[in-house]
Design a protein around this ligand. Structure first.
Ligand SMILES: [Zn+2]
Length: 138
């Protein structure tokens, strides 16, 4: 596994990494304000903190946007996931998806030919039906 993961906005491509954390803006569904959230860059590590401190409810859907360009980071593959670009090198980016439902600890990294699962995610329940893995068309 990559020792230091860097994430970028899929829209503006700017780095979202600051002080070894992934910085995003988030809003609770019933809230008006966008606030800052600092996520651990290690896939499957759900330690985070917010400014100001927020206590989320289990099962609560949280909205995320890019702090640089305000782009909605909701994945087009599944609206309950956030999608970022994970930088491997200057030429290769993977799609990094994590659940935006609090308490749902599923992270998927979509590489060139595979999906890596982290946290509570498993290969049996990959929620992106348009991603066919290991299927070779004959
Ligand atoms: Zn952006």
């Amino acid at each position: 596994m990559m020792n230091q993961s860097h994430y970028h906005c899929p829209k503006c491509q700017k780095s979202l990494t600051k002080d070894k954390k992934v910085v995003l803006h988030f809003r609770r569904e019933e809230g008006d304000d966008w606030n800052e959230i600092f996520l651990n860059p290690e896939p499957g590590n759900y330690n985070f903190y917010t400014v100001p401190d927020t206590s989320f409810e289990n099962g609560e859907h949280v909205l995320f946007c890019c702090p640089k360009c305000d782009a909605d980071l909701t994945s087009k593959k599944d609206p309950k996931f956030v999608e970022l670009k994970m930088k491997v090198n200057d030429f290769i980016f993977f799609d990094a998806l994590f659940s935006s439902v609090f308490g749902d600890k599923r992270t998927y990294i979509i590489t060139e030919e595979d999906i890596d699962v982290y946290g509570d995610a498993s290969y049996e329940d990959i929620p992106f039906p348009d991603m066919s893995i290991g299927e070779v068309p004959y």
